[in-house]
Ligand binder design. Structure first.
Ligand code: NOJ
Length: 524
């Protein structure tokens, strides 16, 4: 499999650092905690960890408000701890990806403190400052993704600044070449420390309309959606000039050899795939989030796979994401039985899979009582399902220990204990065992990694497809329904099934039975 880059062969595992492993009893996860769990990840069989932000931050948005791009928040540790993490990961054959948050900084970042100090400060133009509208109100109608106007009044200098998220997260001005250079230095700071790549936060929002035109109303808005859905984000996202910035980030990474640039981009597929760059010189992988909102229906998923595959430019490497820290967990979206089907889907589709911590245990969304809410998205827009605490509850290591072994202190979010790594470890029928077997199967079957995807089809509740590489052919069948299903299959041998006792069985050429929520991989 050597002609592929490591990030094409591998599987990425996302760690939300506050919630993975606490090492010092303060109730919040940290770098030393992550380092102590890297051998678990190596044994699981993933190849890279992406760690959500660990930089100094007032934590208004839990690290997505960066106050210093080139350091570690004391809550998470030190640069020395980070070095230990990277060294240990590399010793174990794991790559390390950081979260790069270039769209906005914290309002406590020295750049913004200078920028807001006076209108003639040299850093004034590093952020987006505008005069009030003639009535004294905000300069235009742009809305924040965390609710309300995206413009914050600054009485001292008599102007508004723009923030796509919280007012504590002012947007940087990416039209300013000094900002670009400063951010390029940030990338190189971490690349020089051995980082293998980046997931870039809200890449599609970096550049805004130069004329600051009003966004038009969204005729498809439905009551109960977050405020910013009232408008079509015509002038605040996916501006043509963004692609030049992506190219320049990619060039910086390429100078370091085989590194990976991943973009967080929530856009429809035709717009998404443009982020690969016109000549394959954009993001290595614009995250493909389609599964996060998919209706769990074989026909819909079949269409999604085929449409994505046909939209990909020739040079582009696909990828699939099943969960992240901003969306309900897969086991809560589709239920425990179908979460096993989803695991098979994620690890047999063509392209790099990204797995969210805890999904390998089938962790469900935590129950957060009103007094436990931490997420600013919920605090600012309560009750409309924007809260992200449920999918951020701590990793469940050992159900027999207090806080499931996550912390010896008082956990920042409640810890569920209904299952854990320890409980599932020796159980051949557990979700953890299923993930381990799937990851092992990917390692030993080139067709799963570099094979083409063929014959994607749905028959009632059953989704089937094949992966072909040289003379290896695999047939994958997923029963996405709750009833027995008969499905036409080629003759073959079952390599893996979500049902116990089926491995090694023969499939006859003709109709074969799939149990409810059974997923299988067969060699044909
Ligand atoms: C996307 C991140 O994933 C999310 O958690 C954060 O709130 C916003 N970007 C703002 O940085």
């Amino acid at each position: 499999m050597s002609e592929l880059a490591w990030w094409q062969r591998g599987v990425i595992y996302q760690i939300y650092p506050r919630s993975f492993q606490d090492s010092n009893g303060d109730g919040i996860g940290d770098l030393a905690g992550i380092t102590s769990r890297l051998s678990y990840l190596a044994e699981l069989g993933v190849n890279a960890v992406w760690i959500s932000p660990i930089y100094p931050s007032p934590m208004a948005d839990f690290g997505y408000d960066v106050a210093d791009y080139c350091n570690i928040d004391p809550m998470f540790g030190t640069l020395a701890d980070f070095k230990q993490l990277v060294d240990r990961a590399h010793d174990l054959g794991l790559k390390v990806l950081l979260d790069f948050v270039p769209n906005h900084s914290s309002d406590r970042h020295p750049w913004f403190e200078e920028s807001r100090a006076s209108r003639d400060n040299p850093k004034r133009d590093w952020y987006l400052w505008r005069d009030p509208a003639p009535d004294g109100g905000p300069p235009n109608n742009w809305l924040s993704r965390m609710g309300g106007s995206a413009w914050e009044w600054d009485a001292r200098t008599g102007q508004y600044y723009y923030h796509a998220f919280l007012r504590e997260q002012p947007d940087l001005n990416w039209r300013n070449p000094q900002v670009r250079r400063a951010m390029d230095d940030v990338l190189r700071f971490w690349l020089d420390r051995g980082v293998d790549g980046f997931r870039v936060d809200v890449l599609w929002l970096l550049i805004k309309d130069a004329q600051f035109r009003d966004n038009p109303p969204n005729p498809a808005y439905e009551p109960g959606q977050p405020d910013h859905h009232l408008q079509v984000q015509r002038y605040t996202e996916d501006q043509p000039e963004v692609h030049e910035i992506v190219r320049s980030m990619r060039a910086t990474l390429d100078a370091y050899g085989e590194r990976v640039l991943i973009g967080e981009i929530y856009l429809p597929v035709p717009q998404l795939v443009r982020y690969y760059g016109a000549n394959g010189d954009g993001a290595d992988m614009p995250f493909n989030f389609q599964l996060l909102n998919a209706t769990w229906h074989a026909g819909d998923i079949a269409r999604m796979i085929a449409d994505y595959d046909s939209a990909l430019p020739e040079h582009a490497w696909p990828n699939w994401v099943l969960g992240n820290h901003d969306n309900p967990r897969v086991a809560s979206r589709v239920g425990a039985a179908q979460a096993r089907v989803a695991a098979v889907l994620l690890l047999t589709l063509r392209g790099t899979p990204t797995l969210y911590y805890g999904d390998e245990l089938g962790m469900t969304d935590g129950v957060i009582s009103p007094d436990q809410v931490q997420d600013p998205a919920e605090l600012r827009q309560p009750g409309i399902g924007q809260g992200r605490d449920p999918e951020r509850t701590p990793m469940q290591w050992d159900a027999a220990l207090p806080n499931a072994g996550f912390t010896t202190g008082r956990s920042w979010l409640p810890v569920a204990t209904e299952t854990s790594v320890q409980t599932q470890d020796g159980d051949a029928s557990s979700m953890l065992s299923l993930y381990r077997r799937l990851l092992e199967l990917r390692r030993s079957n080139a067709a799963l990694v570099q094979g083409s995807i063929e014959h994607v089809a749905a028959y009632g509740d059953v989704l089937t497809y094949e992966r072909h590489y040289r003379n290896q052919r695999l047939w994958i069948a997923l029963n996405m329904g709750a009833a027995d299903a008969q499905v036409q299959s080629p003759a073959g041998i079952v390599l893996l099934s979500t049902l116990p006792g089926r491995d090694g069985q023969r499939l006859v050429n003709g109709m074969n039975r799939l149990a409810p929520a059974e997923a299988l991989i067969a060699s044909i």
